[in-house]
Design a protein around this ligand. Sequence first.
Ligand code: ADP
Length: 165
Amino acid sequence: MKIAIYPGSFDPVTSGHLNIIQRAANIFDKLIVCVMVNSGKNPMFSLEERVALIRRITKDIPNVEVDGSSELLAEYAKRRGSCVIVKGLRAGSDFENEFQMALINRKIYPELDTMFLTAASEYMYLSSSTVKELGRYGVDLSDFLPQEIIPDFQKKLEQRKKSIT
Ligand code: ADP
């Protein structure tokens, strides 16, 4: 069985992420979407919340599993019996960072390969941080976030606004 891992911060999961999940799930027998703890980022949603949001939007894709981990990605992949990492590649700066990460991961775990899926043109410039920025200005997010999670996102924005004021 070919198992692939799609890792990321997913803070929150966007329509661009969902597009990659759907396409990768069509290629592999099983896709594990793994929310990774990133110590350099101060997330809007907790790890558990991010996992729950991704589970909700992928509930109809039977070969997708959603997990969270604070392990090193290469260690996680090895433990889960996977030797393929899936990454989405957007226009701009993704390439340099991702190329470096792919080489490092393979150095740690030589059987591990990274596969890049090019972003869909409509999501080419979409990132979780852009969504957070637009959300603060009240922009309609229906082209950027899966419908099922927009209320959660708006609630979180309100909570954060209240805690600042
Ligand atoms: P970001 O905060 O920049 O959205 P993530 O760590 O959540 O980053 O992204 C996880 C993975 O999904 C990365 O491989 C990233 O390149 C990819 N990705 C993020 N947004 C998109 C998008 N709009 N289209 C395709 N791939 C994407």
